[in-house]
Design a protein around this ligand. Sequence first.
Ligand SMILES: O=P(O)(O)OC[C@H]1O[C@](O)(CO)[C@@H](O)[C@@H]1O
Ligand SMILES: [Mn+2]
Length: 444
Amino acid sequence: MLKKLSFTDEVVDIVTPTNEVLSAKYKRSFAYITVRDRLPITITNVIDLLVRDKDKIIDEFGELAKEEIKEVIGQFSKLKNELQTNKPFQLLTSDGSDVPAWNAYYERETDREGEVPRWFRTSWIYAECYMYRRIRETFELSSSLKTFDPFRKSKEEAFHSSVDAMAILGDYVLQQLQAHGVKRFPSSEMKKVALWGNQYDLSRPVGSELPEENDPLKNIQLLSDHVLVDESEKMWSVLEAAAKHRESITIDIVADNAGYELFADMCLADTLCAFSLATKIRFYVKTMPWFISDTMEKDFHWMRHKLLEFSNEYPNLADLANRWEEHLNLKKWYIEVGDFWTLPHVYSEMKTADHQLYDKLSDATLIIFKGDLNYRKLLGETNWAPTESFSNALQGFHPAPLVTLRTIKADLICGLKPGQAEATAAKSEKWLITGDYALIQFDG
Ligand SMILES: O=P(O)(O)OC[C@H]1O[C@](O)(CO)[C@@H](O)[C@@H]1O
Ligand SMILES: [Mn+2]
């Protein structure tokens, strides 16, 4: 009798070859661990939430939700099974504005791969984005749960557990804001605060914990020798030169996680405006629940309202929330939403996939990309040699001068000095996935 092939027979027991796109087909890669272990856990957690919070959800979304919760749970069990048995992907069927782009991507990949993409064969970025899109689609196809965000509760809990850290940072930032015109822009502190804020994502692998030190300003000192590349001077030079020569300075922030990280990004944005290093800031956020903790527009407004509620306990947090509301009202700050950020495209494809967005980013004086997922997309999800230059790794993506503030949480990197990757690996075996190391890389 012929041995029945299991999908793991297709997985090869190697690390990702240099210059290849990351994929769960390489068994010794973080992509494999993620698709095998981490993604099914995410689906299980969504199912558990629906079971545990059933009554509350029915209260909020109406009686019809009672039946639909059961159906949705069934769909998620099916999705998990599809993943774990390496089934082919499917076309999306909901009426979301991004569905044509998703389905075009599916057709393109099917042509390129010579077969319908599957979880353990296609690129990691496609598989992981596809899972979050399928979760979204399941809710979209219901009648009563269309707007349900399965990660809202986790995002809100994470916000509450970081209020003390925000209060410390908030006090510091308000002091700086009051000192503008007298003191220089606190560049060293603010870049690190926004950089290490990226440790606060909710899809951390087991073993990569948040800092025990609650004071973010002390924490950034402890981590100062963990920034493997720091090209922040070049980013300040761009802004200082623009401040000297121009009246308007637009900074685009491609945001990442809600909660503490977003708070830290807004502190950076506010300080840049106060010190005249920016006149307009556009925050790009996601249109749907994404990679658990990524910011949606509603998460931003929710945070602002929560901060206002602290007016007795932490008046500085409320003051900051009021300032940010004013920036939005005065059209100094914008929250930008768009489908591209939740498509599986890497950024070298932006110009053809969404030329309007590319043109818009091209108007910026500086673009700041936050976090690990943005870094993966910047690098084309490719396993570059660690010494490859950042500029080459971007593969032609250059709408405007750009900088990435990333704590390292996936096994791809570039722009290191010869020997630096090896020396870091000798200090910490899991340096590429724990988020304990970081990069500030600039392309001018
Ligand atoms: O919020 P970030 O920094 O984009 O990180 C998201 C997480 O998702 C991944 O990109 C994939 O699971 C990890 O590499 C990372 O831990
Ligand atoms: Mn994220």
